[in-house]
Design a protein around this ligand. Structure first.
Ligand code: ZN
Length: 211
């Protein structure tokens, strides 16, 4: 998703659950659904998508685009998953889980769960040097406001980024995004992160941050 996509544009692009589902299906399968249990492409679409969108003719099990992915860990609408991904990729300076919860209409616990799963997925995708050769690297901070935490978890150590998780992200010209939580956003860490994801010789654009 592009840097400039506004929340308004998000809802124009993904106005309902069907649009979100189509997005995930196309990203995962292209035109042909693949059984999440056995990998077969001999599948049929179920009427009204019940109990699930597809049924495999090879292993006879039902499946959906969620099957075998992190999306199957909750029953939350795919549109909310997508909105959560959009919020996490577009918030430059991180997004408190309480704000995410409010905008998604879910509990703070659910928002936290979503953010966690989405970040883990980005983490697992890395290391193939398979991103485009024009990349942009940035760091951001994700985490709750200190004021919202239980007293025993407060850090009392200052302001700003304290108590938040640093996340470094890389985006290429195709708007492919990878990100990982980081202990710091120093130069060495950023260089190894870029080296893992961007091909050799890639153009890397960053902000004015020293790292
Ligand atoms: Zn199957």
């Amino acid at each position: 998703m592009s840097d400039t996509l506004s929340t308004f544009e998000f809802f124009q692009k993904f106005p309902n659950e069907k649009a979100a589902r189509t997005f995930f299906e196309t990203r995962r399968w292209g035109d042909t659904p693949v059984c999440g249990h056995c990998g077969s492409i001999y599948v049929s679409e179920c009427k009204d998508h019940k109990p699930m969108a597809y049924r495999c003719k090879s292993c006879r099990k039902h499946f959906s685009v969620r099957t075998g992915t992190v999306l199957s860990e909750s029953r939350l609408p795919l549109q909310k998953w997508l909105l959560a991904i959009y919020m996490l990729t577009s918030a430059r300076k991180g997004i408190p889980s309480i704000q995410m919860a409010r905008e998604l209409g879910v509990t703070q616990k659910t928002a936290w769960f979503l953010a966690q799963r989405i970040r883990e997925t980005w983490l697992n995708d890395q290391g193939n040097n398979d991103m485009g050769d024009h990349t942009q690297v940035d760091e951001t901070y994700i985490g709750g406001k200190e004021a919202n935490k239980h007293a025993s978890k407060k850090l009392h150590a200052g302001r700003g980024t304290v108590g938040k998780t640093a996340v470094v992200g890389i985006r290429d010209q195709h708007n492919q995004v990878r990100a990982m939580p980081a202990k710091n956003t120093g130069g060495a860490l950023l260089r190894s992160f870029v080296a893992k994801n961007a091909p050799e010789g890639a153009t890397v654009v960053t902000d004015m941050h020293k790292g």
